[in-house]
Write a protein that binds this ligand. Structure first.
Ligand SMILES: [Zn+2]
Length: 492
């Protein structure tokens, strides 16, 4: 397996060589959406970033088990374990069942992600489908002495945990700082210390999403589901855990504490965090009107942008930034990406029409390929990879304009690499263009087939058929060129 892959590990705050626990296998867990509203663009960026990582690991030949959960219970409005459950609140406001909310927004999420051409995860478990596992986990944490029960709720004892195992490793916070920065609880909570977090909450009478447990009829704390599901499907120690940057603290820190309190070892070898997306230089927020839904962007029905942008252009735009950098989305930036994407697509289509020559190419294909893979091996540097793809497009256009040449071996290899990187790794798809403006991919497929049939006819000296194909295509302004390696076509 490719040992030259270097990744940025948030836990170490540095890049290191990626080495999976089991050779050729990778276990990856990514925190999925809380399905109480339409998925927003910032979330889409996170999942597109992890799609790039998933795709590249697959491309390198790893067998990847990619687990991404659906949070359908337990995520309260406030990170400090108070406020209403987000899904229950939406159900109350719309007078529908919580599971109707879950169904509606799970479908929206999957539908939007498929428009962005993200691959589905291997397992997509839900919090409500794993209540039993979460209760078992709480029992184990209590047994280890790191959780306490008060009035039917169970809390993780952060101070006690920190006496044995340091808390705050991922976010770089120490316990004194945390105590200093956590607001006092007033009379609202049963917690002993404000930095403790809920593992189980007793449900108030009006709380509709509730399950029986040894402590009360209630619901699990939000941080617990990811520990329960990642350990169930990937084991007590696995390779990669990812999520948005905003989940680093407290969510991921709490996940580490829960797992370490039981297994006394780090649950995850590599932590990856995708950075946020801003809109016109400001944080996206519904309350300020500075927000846009993916579908509004695709249809153009929004007050932010004058034009509409296709999912592929938006995906390409996102991949033009490194996943760990903050990215600002604006109409000007999207316009520039659209131009770049069109140029790339045109180049990919021109590539299909190139006629090989017997002269050795000046374009160093091996060095170029090396550069492409070095970019991706350096912490999934998609913007650099895209820049290298444009170098290839320059060469492709030069060959098409008879300013440079390419031999058939290099042409075959260039086609394969471009396909691998464009389609498989970056997850981009050619957008079909109208026949009157350009030539679409299907037509190229048919022309390739006709060239092959003609080559066969010529080889078996059936010149009647080969001439018929050549003359008929010529009438359509498609020129067949015969070379030693076979025939190819060119659209005039
Ligand atoms: Zn999570």
């Amino acid at each position: 397996m490719n040992s030259s892959l270097v990744v940025y590990n948030s836990l170490k705050g540095d890049k290191e060589v990626f080495k999976s626990i089991l050779p050729n296998n990778v276990g990856m867990y990514v925190c999925g959406p809380t399905v109480y509203s339409n998925v927003h663009l910032g979330n889409c960026r996170t999942f597109i970033s992890f799609d790039l990582i998933f795709r590249y690991l697959l491309h390198l030949g790893y067998k990847v088990r990619y687990v991404r959960n659906i949070t359908d219970a337990g995520h309260l409005e406030n990170d400090a374990d108070d406020g209403e459950d987000r899904i229950s609140k939406k159900a109350r406001l719309e007078s529908i069942e919580p599971m109707e909310v879950v169904q509606r927004y799970t479908l929206d999420f999957r539908n939007t992600m498929s428009k962005f051409n993200t691959l589905p995860p291997s397992i997509e478990p839900t919090a409500t489908g794993h209540i039993v596992e979460q209760i078992e986990l709480i029992k184990k944490i209590i047994k280890q002495g790191y959780a306490y029960e008060i009035n039917g709720s169970v809390y993780f004892d952060v101070l006690k945990f920190n006496e044995k195992i340091p808390y705050g490793k991922l976010s770089g916070r120490n316990i004194e700082e945390l105590i200093h920065n956590t607001r006092s609880l007033g009379g609202q909570s049963d917690k002993i210390n404000p930095q403790d977090f809920a593992l189980w909450k007793k449900a108030e009478p009006e709380h509709i999403m509730r399950w029986p447990s040894p402590w009360s009829d209630g619901f699990p704390g939000w941080h617990l589901e990811c520990t329960a599901m990642s350990q169930k499907y990937l084991g007590s120690q696995f390779d990669i855990h990812g999520g948005g940057m905003d989940l680093k603290f407290p969510h991921h820190e709490c996940e580490i504490a829960q797992a370490e309190s039981i297994h006394k070892k780090s649950p995850v070898n590599y932590w990856f965090h995708a950075n946020m997306l801003t809109l016109n230089g400001k944080k996206m927020a519904k309350s300020t009107g500075n927000s846009i839904l993916p579908d509004q962007m695709f249809s153009g029905e929004n007050k932010i942008f004058k034009k509409s942008f296709s999912p592929m252009v938006v995906r390409f735009f996102m991949l033009q930034a490194h996943y760990r950098s903050i990215l600002d989305i604006s109409e000007i930036a999207l316009e520039a990406s659209k131009k770049g994407f069109d140029k790339l697509i045109d180049g990919m289509q021109t590539l299909e029409t190139l006629v090989p020559s017997s002269v050795t190419s000046k374009f160093d294909l091996i060095a170029w390929k090396e550069k492409c893979y070095s970019a991706m091996n350096d912490d999934f540097n998609s913007p650099l990879l895209i820049a290298h793809l444009f170098d290839a497009i320059k060469h492709i256009n030069a060959v098409a304009n008879n300013k440079q040449e390419i031999n058939s071996k290099d042409l075959k290899e260039l086609k394969q690499i471009m396909h691998d990187l464009f389609n498989d790794v970056l997850g981009l798809k050619s957008v079909k263009k109208n026949l009157n403006t350009s030539v679409n991919i299907e037509l190229h497929g048919i022309l390739n087939l006709l060239s092959e049939i003609r080559d066969k006819a010529r080889n078996s000296k059936d010149f009647e058929t080969s001439d018929l194909i050549r003359d008929s295509l010529s009438k359509l302004n498609i020129q067949i060129n015969d070379t030693r390696e076979g025939s190819s076509f060119k659209i005039k």
